[in-house]
Design a protein around this ligand. Sequence first.
Ligand SMILES: Cc1cc2nc3c(=O)[nH]c(=O)nc-3n(C[C@H](O)[C@H](O)[C@H](O)COP(=O)(O)OP(=O)(O)OC[C@H]3O[C@@H](n4cnc5c(N)ncnc54)[C@H](O)[C@@H]3O)c2cc1C
Length: 385
Amino acid sequence: MAVFPPTVSPVYVIGAGPGGLAAAYALRARGVRAVILEKSDDVGASWRRHYDRLHLHTTRRLSALPGLPMPRRFGRWVSRDDVVRYLEKYAEHHELEIVTGVEVSRVEPAPDGDGWLLHASGGRELTGSAVVVATGFNHTPRIPDWPGLDGYGGRFLHAGEYRDAEPFAGLDVLVVGVGNTGAEIAVDLVEGGASRVRLAVRTVPHIVRRSTAGWAAQYNSILVRRLPTGLVDRLARTMAKVSVPDLAAQGLPRPASGLYSRVKEGSIPVLDVGLIDAVRRGKIEIVAAVDGFEDGKVALADGTRVSPDAVIAATGYVRALEGLVGHLDVLDGRGRPVAHGPRTPKDAPGLYFTGYTNPISGMFREMAIDAEKIAKTVAKRVRVA
Ligand SMILES: Cc1cc2nc3c(=O)[nH]c(=O)nc-3n(C[C@H](O)[C@H](O)[C@H](O)COP(=O)(O)OP(=O)(O)OC[C@H]3O[C@@H](n4cnc5c(N)ncnc54)[C@H](O)[C@@H]3O)c2cc1C
């Protein structure tokens, strides 16, 4: 293994989630010094905050990061706590250099034109030969700009603040948004004793069994990646007819547009962990999308007004990269990096991004692959410098 001289400034990795940890390990494995800067006090901060019942939807084996398998005892679908244990172990096992409690606020070209200058909390200014940005796809909760929200008297929270169903036992709860998070929180509320659970749906989702006869949905996602979109749409439609019951009568008809076409537009299917059963049994009621709030009530898109005790907005997250790198002209109209993995934006050589796509093949898996590719490219650059 080539070890680069200590005079070369390190590569800074921003964020100690799975993406940043994997990138730092892969760089180290190629002899490049990588220092992770993490704003919170621990690695895996996002996973520590997720709701209690969360398990990976992707398999243990296909979610391991480079250089350390996940232990068999974690089971096939790894729990949130075991993901956190794994990330802690990963950092320790690979002896990664991590500085916690440091938030990077801005990245700009180094004044001497060589590398990048990072502005971080505590007035720190750090120069790196390259930078890997790994601050997370789910960085900042997104709450739609709903009119009248201020006048709502019930409890209102974003899904990112939801831990378990206990505070909602006996309550009438409206969950807004049927992504994987909204669907799972709705199921959790039913199982946790909420008196009524409604799920507000704007766009009917594709629902896929997490596993069919032992075959994980993630395997299909990987297998079909290079196939034409129309073909995958047809395969998925056939598969859905066989494995997912028609829930049209309950308000969830099969979507008109194909599963893979939707994925290409950035919308991944819902992996079933109880939604189908709860909707079929009437335990989760599907209602129209939320348009806003009026006189303390929730105004739905079909004109009805409902008065739940609590509203949980499972309305996603934003990347929030603007402050960090927005001035470098490296973000697209949706605030996502224009280049990803081993590719860097045209005018920002040495600035890498990992974890800003949402592939159906699994983000842990993709970040593991990207980590190796980024490390290979960086090692080549540093060697040439
Ligand atoms: C509910 C949920 C379930 C998921 N389930 C799966 C799954 O089953 N399988 C799968 O493959 N993927 C899954 N994902 C997607 C993805 O794998 C995870 O979101 C994963 O945590 C992303 O890793 P990351 O390192 O990119 O970001 P994060 O884990 O969010 O880590 C980013 C880190 O950067 C830090 N940070 C942010 N800004 C700064 C800053 N300016 N300076 C310093 N530090 C900063 C944060 O504190 C955090 O520690 C899931 C996501 C969610 C939300």
